[in-house]
Design a protein. Structure first.
Length: 254
C-alpha cells in the first residue's frame, strides 16, 4: 500500500489539482486508490462532492476521538474512496500539539490490518503543522508541485530543508519528486524556474513530466470533475496521465 503525499508550503501551486488527477489517473490505469484530505480548507472533499454531516464524520473525528478510518471513509460519485477534511482540523495543533503519538497517528492507522490495501494519495495543507507532519510520517513518497513562478520555487526549497531536517527522525531519506506545474513554454519565467529547479534539487528527484498551463485543467474542479472526465483529450489529461505513468515506472506503485 504505497502512500503518496502531495505537499508544498505555498498555495496556488496545483496541490489539490495534482492530488485529484493523480487519483483519477491511477484509477484509469486499473489501480483503485483512496484519497485523504488533510487540508482544513477541504478543497479536495468539495471537488469530490463529499459534504459530511459534521466534523465527527471526517478526519477531525479520527484525530480527536479515535474513529477508525473505515468508519469515516466516503465513496464518491466518481468511485473514489475519500477520507474527508473539515475546517475544525485547523485546531489540531492547539488541541493535541505535535507529540510523536500525534504526528504518527495516521501512519499507524494506515498500516493497521483494517486499513486500505491499495494506493493512498494525501492532499496536505500548505503549512508545516501536525497535519502535514502526519502526512510526512505516513508517506512513502512526497510529490511537491512547483508552479512556474519564483515564490513557488522558494517554497519548494523550504520543503526540501524541512524534509532533510526530519531525516534523523525518519531514519531514512524520504523519497520525493518535484513536479513543475502551470508551465508555459512561451513565458520566459517558466524557462527560468525550470532551469533553477534543476539547479536546486537532485536531478533524479525532478519529474520529467511538466504540467502545462491549461484552461480545462483550471476549470474542471469548479464543476466537481477530474480532468479525465472533464476533458479527456486535453493537455492537462495528457500531462497527468504521463505523471502517473512516470511514478509507476519509478516503482512507487508496484
Amino acid at each position: 500500500m504505497p502512500v503518496i503525499a502531495v505537499f508544498n508550503q505555498k498555495g496556488g501551486v496545483g496541490k489539490t489539482t495534482t492530488a485529484l488527477n493523480l487519483l483519477a489517473a491511477f484509477a484509469q490505469g486499473g489501480r483503485s486508490a483512496t484519497a485523504i484530505d488533510l487540508d482544513p480548507q477541504a478543497h479536495l472533499s468539495r471537488v469530490l462532492g463529499v459534504q459530511p454531516r459534521g466534523a465527527e464524520d471526517t478526519l477531525y473525528g479520527f484525530f480527536l476521538h479515535q474513529r477508525p478510518l473505515p468508519e469515516i471513509t466516503h465513496m464518491t460519485s466518481s468511485g473514489l474512496a475519500l477520507v474527508p477534511a473539515h475546517l475544525e482540523l485547523a485546531k489540531l495543533d492547539s488541541l493535541l500539539g505535535k507529540g510523536v503519538n500525534v504526528v504518527t497517528r495516521l501512519r499507524q492507522a494506515l498500516r493497521s490490518r483494517e486499513a486500505v490495501a491499495h494506493p493512498v494519495v494525501i492532499d496536505c495543507c500548505p503549512l508545516l503543522n501536525a497535519l502535514s507532519l502526519n502526512a510526512v510520517f505516513a508517506a512513502d513518497l512526497m510529490v511537491i508541485p512547483v508552479s512556474a513562478d519564483y515564490l513557488s520555487l522558494e517554497s519548494a526549497r523550504q520543503v526540501e530543508r524541512a524534509l532533510d531536517a526530519l531525516e534523523p527522525v525518519l531514519r531514512r531519506r524520504l523519497d520525493r519528486r518535484y513536479v513543475l506545474t502551470r508551465y508555459d513554454s512561451r513565458r520566459k519565467m517558466s524557462g527560468i524556474v525550470a532551469e533553477r529547479l534543476g539547479e536546486a534539487f537532485r536531478h533524479d528527484e525532478i519529474c520529467a513530466t511538466r504540467i502545462r498551463e491549461n484552461v480545462k485543467l483550471a476549470e474542471s474542479p469548479a464543476v466537481g470533475l477530474d480532468i479525465f472526465r472533464a476533458a479527456p483529450d486535453s493537455r492537462g489529461a495528457q500531462d497527468y496521465r504521463a505523471l502517473a505513468d512516470e511514478l509507476v515506472s519509478a516503482g512507487f506503485l508496484n
